[in-house]
Design a protein. Structure first.
Length: 75
């Protein structure tokens, strides 16, 4: 969501260099997801875990709130 908002701001501001830099993040994101996917699935399926903490301040506060809300909606 943070990256999507950044891309939207770059598009509105007509700054192609930011959009190009964001495209460079795709392989990095894919690598990170692949490296941690199994561990995150394991944590997500562990019903013994009762508390999750999402930290965010400044411009990332809303992202932390949204991530927390998503966890609350999970069955």
């Amino acid at each position: 969501m943070y990256l999507a908002c950044t891309a939207l701001a770059a598009a509105v501001g007509k700054d192609a260099s930011i959009a190009d830099n964001l495209m460079d993040l795709i392989p990095t994101g894919e690598r990170i997801i692949k490296a941690y996917e199994e561990k995150m699935r394991e944590i997500g399926q562990n019903h013994d875990l009762q508390r999750y903490f999402f930290l965010g301040s400044g411009i990332r506060y809303g992202l932390a709130c949204e991530a927390s809300l998503k966890m609350k909606k999970c069955p």
